[in-house]
Design a protein around this ligand. Structure first.
Ligand SMILES: Nc1ncnc2c1ncn2[C@@H]1O[C@H](COP(=O)(O)OP(=O)(O)O)[C@@H](O)[C@H]1O
Ligand SMILES: [Mg+2]
Length: 415
């Protein structure tokens, strides 16, 4: 069983090595790492084959012992039978009958023994599956609070936090600030100052170690999971798209979403232009996937096609980084979340895109906005700025106030 488990682990590892190399093929090529990846794969395969050989040897030994025992039993029965015949204890008929029955019973016993061996090796695989099924979620998701309306007032109350992988290193130390409904609050700071960590705590990816994060005065963990994530939307630094159409990606997990809503969200995210351009690729009557060089072409009758019907490819690989970012923003906006977190997600927007987004925020598309950005223009347009330095709040106020103080905010602007 132990061998079987080790074999399962190495097989999984070999697959992971291949998957990692293939999905990051551009990085491998950029750094000419083909040989290194080949070596890593060979190592993994060698280890797997070594274990397989070991298992085959064990299996062969097991079969050998089994056959030898079978033979020994047969010899013993014949010798004993012969001896009893000579003694006159049994007749030839009864010996033949015994041998016939013994053969039948033997086959069944053999099947049982074989089955047991198989069962043992399958049990190892079964155990791995059960281990996964038995895992308990680390975050508490038993909240039930579902208020009819939310104001969207967020409070960070002396929040301290360390990542579970490095519990000794405090990333946030007594962080306190508020996000007010109807306002855009910008979170500024150098790389590594803990901005994304604040966003992660606000999305309940982790629990704070000290202090509390409150939404309308209620700890986040008391809110019902689905309700909470419908109200608080995050667009991360590295947006992830799924294979499917642009539309699938925008309405991801949202039911009963109309064409107009998708269009409005795409417009506010500055994505309308390129989506329309891609969609026009279908007008010829052939599905071109919007982009050249992808897979077989499926002939399609010329007909007006739905908006956002272009396939984005695996992980959105057929779009540019900026286009992916804008679709990710549209995905958040279409939900009309009470709290919107944009974590360095606006770098791909041009001036016009920024203006469209600002207008959406101001027109009540969403109530509270937390904007994490390095862009001075976006910082200056915020209602309030919170400056983080090494996991602590060092400055807070309106952009104009902070500029007058000539403190950390001013030096950030000048960078
Ligand atoms: N998943 C993680 N596990 C351990 N440490 C992390 C993790 N994510 C971020 N960190 C560390 O936390 C610190 C703050 O990171 P982050 O909040 O992402 O900074 P920012 O977004 O301000 O650039 C960094 O020093 C980083 O190394
Ligand atoms: Mg970050």
């Amino acid at each position: 069983q132990m061998l079987q488990r080790a074999l399962l682990d190495t097989t999984a590892n070999t697959a992971a090595v291949v998957q990692e190399a293939v999905s990051s093929i551009e990085t491998v090529q950029t750094f000419a790492g083909e040989e290194e990846e080949k070596r890593r794969h060979s190592q993994a395969v060698d280890k797997m084959l070594g274990l397989k050989d070991q298992m085959d040897v064990e299996r062969a030994l097991f079969t050998l012992v089994k056959r030898a025992l079978q033979l020994a039993v047969q010899v013993l029965v014949l010798c004993r039978g012969h001896w009893q015949l000579r003694e006159g204890a049994i007749t030839t008929g009864s010996l033949v009958t015994f041998l016939l029955y013994q053969g039948k019973v033997g086959r069944h016993v053999q099947a049982l023994v074989f089955g047991h061996g198989d069962l043992l090796s399958k049990a190892a695989a079964g155990r791995k599956i059960l281990e996964y099924l038995d895992r308990e979620p680390t975050g508490i998701t038993r909240g039930t609070w579902v208020p009819a309306t939310l104001r969207g007032h967020i409070t960070f109350q002396r929040v301290s936090f360390a990542y579970p992988t490095r519990p000794e290193r405090l990333i946030l130390q007594g962080v306190s600030f508020e996000l007010h409904p109807g306002e855009v609050t910008a979170l500024a700071g150098l790389n590594g100052s803990g901005k994304s960590t604040c966003a992660a705590l606000l999305e309940r990816f982790y629990e704070p170690e000290g202090g509390e994060v409150l939404l309308d005065g209620v700890p986040l963990r008391d809110y019902e999971h689905h309700y909470f994530h419908r109200q608080v939307a995050l667009v991360g630094q590295e947006p992830v798209l799924f294979s499917g159409t642009i539309r699938d990606n925008i309405i991801f997990g949202l039911e009963g979403c109309g064409e107009e809503e998708v269009r409005a969200a795409a417009a506010a995210a500055g994505a309308l232009g390129f989506i329309s351009a891609l969609d026009r690729g279908f007008d010829t009557g052939e599905c071109q996937g919007g982009l050249a060089g992808r897979g077989p072409r499926h002939p399609r009758p010329a007909q007006p096609l739905a908006f956002c019907s272009t396939d984005v490819g695996e992980k959105g690989g057929q779009l540019s980084a900026g286009e992916k970012q804008r679709i990710a923003i549209a995905r958040a906006l279409v939900r009309r979340p009470t709290v919107l977190i944009l974590d360095e997600a606006t770098s791909a927007l041009d001036g016009e895109g920024e203006a469209a987004l600002q207008q959406w925020m101001r027109s009540g598309g969403t109530k509270t906005v937390l904007l994490i950005t390095h862009c001075p223009r976006m910082l200056e347009a915020a209602d309030r700025v919170v400056v983080l330095e090494r996991g602590a709040v060092v400055e807070m106020g309106t952009p104009a106030q902070l500029r007058c103080r000539r403190g950390p905010y001013s030096s950030l602007l000048q960078r």
